[in-house]
Design a protein around this ligand. Structure first.
Ligand SMILES: [Ca+2]
Ligand SMILES: [Ca+2]
Ligand SMILES: [Ca+2]
Ligand SMILES: [Ca+2]
Length: 255
């Protein structure tokens, strides 16, 4: 009895050590703030609950469709090397990509009028993107989303989805629809449920060739236990199982 209690306590201790506190808690980042245009290539960084996100802006010359066809499944660093670094523009209602000479009303948005823009969000660990909230949206705007896997592959998550209320999938696997939160006309706030797989970067783009863009207002992320933690947990189960087996064998010999 004493031995069993000791093994159980040891197992509980291993479990407590190996499951990060953040495993089930969503972490929300509000990206808007005091108006500013960052220097070219500079990152807008925020840390919450031990998770850091960094936003940077880029453009590319190809059409959104060519970009998707050429780049889906490619090495993310290779794709990144083909992009041109631009600026992040932050306003109270969110962030967009800005380049020199871009019209002020597009400088604060992720759009595809002129060079196509990418808003790249780098996360300090692997996460699921649970929800994203967008500002300056109406129902003919489009979202294009890529993820970067833990082994550095750029994966296309959705193409051509429009912001259009409950039931809209945004063309993204796992997306659970969205909702209009506030605003009127072309200046509405829209929240979409994404529940993506686990990625360490998310690249937000636009599928339109017109001025229809959006600001990224906030994102909610769910960190996942790291492989090392799972390995420790499994090792803990294995050790306590082996200890129980050894005791059962000893008990049988004694009888
Ligand atoms: Ca822009
Ligand atoms: Ca533009
Ligand atoms: Ca818009
Ligand atoms: Ca529009």
């Amino acid at each position: 009895m004493f031995r069993f209690a000791t093994v159980a306590a040891a197992t509980a201790a291993v479990l407590a050590l190996s499951v990060p506190a953040s495993a089930s808690a969503a972490v929300t980042f509000n990206l808007g703030g005091a108006s500013t245009t960052l220097a070219t290539g500079a990152a807008l960084t925020q840390t919450q609950s031990g998770v850091t996100v960094s936003a940077t802006g880029y453009t590319f010359a190809a059409s959104p469709l060519s970009f998707q066809t050429l780049m889906d499944g490619a090495d993310a660093a290779m794709v990144l090397s083909t992009l041109t670094a631009k600026s992040i523009r932050r306003e109270a209602a969110g962030i967009g990509v800005c380049w020199q000479g871009e019209a002020p009303n597009q400088c604060n948005q992720v759009d595809a009028d002129g060079p196509n823009e990418i808003l790249r969000i780098v996360v300090s660990e692997g996460v699921s993107l649970l929800t994203a909230t967008f500002d300056r949206v109406d129902n003919n705007d489009t979202l294009k989303l890529y993820g970067v896997t833990m082994d550095n592959k750029l994966v296309h998550l959705g193409y051509g989805g429009i912001f259009d209320g409950p039931g809209t999938t945004m063309g993204i696997t796992g997306a659970g629809g969205g909702a209009w939160l506030s605003g009127t006309g072309e200046d509405q706030v829209y929240k979409v449920t994404l529940n993506t797989g686990v990625y360490k970067e998310f690249w937000f783009g636009n599928n339109n060739d017109s001025a229809d863009g959006y600001r990224l207002d906030s994102i909610s992320l769910a960190p996942v236990p790291e492989p090392a933690s799972w390995a420790l947990m499994i090792a803990g189960f294995g050790l306590s199982g082996a200890a129980l087996r050894r005791r059962r064998t000893l008990g049988a010999t004694a009888a």
